[in-house]
Design a protein around this ligand. Structure first.
Ligand code: SF4
Length: 176
């Protein structure tokens, strides 16, 4: 898997202060996408043991609330095996820190995909929040929590899996 960058003490891609991994690879082709450089899975740097150590070193800080996976799409087919391994390891090592994952797939698409794809299943079983769905330019406006467009949902993954329905972590549209 290739990635573009790691941002640290990030306050805009999930709650609290987070380390964010921006992966390469996305085939959703959303018109108006701000991250088109990340579409090509061959762009960027190779994700290595050193990259993982850099993320873990951030998570070791008490002030770091967790990891956010973004891109590109962390759930782009070629990324799934490594992302599955990474979130499993991080959840085991840092059970109190949260893992957020952005993806162009919808929750409903992922539930269908996980029946045939063990990596998707592992990812869903180890992340806390999924921000789902493609970016829709006509639905992009201010006053949104952590998303680009109002169609995207901020989903509590453990609660949604347990209750077999979409349970939001927080509302997409900010009140007031
Ligand atoms: S899913 Fe995200 S990175 Fe991929 S095309 Fe859409 S907005 Fe861009």
């Amino acid at each position: 898997m290739k990635y573009h960058s790691i941002t640290k003490a990030d306050m805009v891609n999930g709650e609290g202060l987070r380390v964010v991994l921006w992966v390469s690879g996305c085939d959703h082709n959303c018109p108006g996408c701000h991250n088109q450089l990340t579409w090509n899975p061959s762009n960027g740097e190779e994700f290595t043991a050193e990259t993982k150590a850099e993320i873990m070193a951030e998570l070791d800080n008490d002030w770091c609330d967790g990891l956010t996976l973004s891109g590109g799409d962390p759930l782009f087919k070629q990324n799934r095996p490594l992302i599955a391994e990474l979130v499993k390891e991080i959840k085991e090592k840092y059970p109190t820190k949260t893992i957020w994952c952005y993806t162009g797939y919808t929750w409903e698409e992922l539930l269908k995909m996980q029946k045939k794809d063990l990596d998707i299943e592992t990812i869903l079983n180890n992340i806390d929040v999924l921000v789902d769905g493609r970016f829709v330019l006509k639905d992009a406006f201010k006053n949104l929590n952590y998303v680009g467009s109002s169609n995207q949902k901020i989903i509590s993954v453990p609660n949604s899996l347990a209750e077999k329905r979409v349970v939001l972590h927080i509302e997409t549209v900010r009140k007031g």
